[in-house]
Ligand binder design. Sequence first.
Ligand code: NAD
Ligand code: UDP
Length: 343
Amino acid sequence: MSEVPRIFAPYFPVRSKQDRSKQHRILITGGAGFLGSNLSERLLAAGHRVICLDNLLTGRLENIAHLRGHPNFAFVKHDVIVPFEIDGCIERIYNLACPASPPKYQLDPIHTFQTSVIGAMNVLELAQRKGARILQASTSEVYGDPEITPQSESYRGQVNTFGPRACYDEGKRAAETLFHDHFHAYGTDIRIMRIFNTYGPRMDPEDGRVVSNFVMQALQGMPITLYGAGEQTRSLCYVDDLLDGMHALMENNDIGPAPVNLGNPVEFSVAQIAQVVCEMTGSRSKLIHCDLPVDDPRQRRPDITRARTLLNWQPKVDLRAGLVPTIAYFQSQILGQPAAQEA
Ligand code: NAD
Ligand code: UDP
């Protein structure tokens, strides 16, 4: 393997061998984003050391501001498409780097594809060098516009290689292939999770996803933008549930390299989501219909049998319960106040 440039070496005090078995040194790529910042907080609270690597494309420093002074936390600004080395041991890598919102990942589709594929190659090589276990954030988008419902891991999907979503969908599919092949070629200790739409505090209020758009619009009395007739469906998972599943998958020693769906199997039409948001915010916003984006999947609902059986995991938070802290968070963003943070 050619020499890899060493780009940073965040300082942490040395651990004993015994400490290393219970206190992991963990790399989170995309750690300043919605999922990555929530995950960072949780892993620090559990006593681990976290290196958060992010190019701040869609992530925000305010998501991790409360963690910056923590002795076990380090932030590094870096783009995963550029190879990198980290000094010292790494036991776990969560590869979350990639914009997740369709309008954001479509802004620079070539960079999105590079992030998914070249970025995956770079973190896989790092995992191989370190002997680290690595978990890939794949997506329900690998199923494209599915012809069957619910979608189980064995479904191969219906994806357009040329459409505006292809940079993301096909990038994530190619990344799964790379992970799988790395496992077979080098024995790299991989996990793959296919995440279905997840929402909660620390989403960027302007990222254009359905929950952030609807809640921000409802709170500000602006029209709620239903794309198309609003009959397309999504299954929305609250962030805490997703993190439980993510952690269970990462720490499971027996599950192997096959992908696992993580999401909430309760399905809503987009119009129903708008209705629940309006009710819960007490908003009198009117609904307006906008053009349906090209290739917008008509339905999405995970079959989570694998996660239920192998990880003993299933979501606990229903949509209304998850929207309570989510609405409070977006309200605090509008008022310019920091959302309540746990250290
Ligand atoms: P997000 O946009 O909030 O976070 C992504 C983070 O990755 C951001 O902080 C961004 O700055 C960073 N990033 C992007 N490109 C990068 C690059 N080239 N180098 C370094 N950092 C880069 O999105 P999220 O919702 O937190 O999603 C996290 C991961 O989970 C993504 O890989 C996404 O594809 C996946 N996922 C999320 C969902 C969801 O509903 N939230 C669903 C399916 C998959
Ligand atoms: N959507 C909508 N109005 C919005 C934002 C999104 O009707 O303001 C719809 C979008 O067309 C899609 C669904 O909500 O059918 C989920 O969109 P999102 O961008 O959150 O995620 P996707 O599942 O499409 O990646």
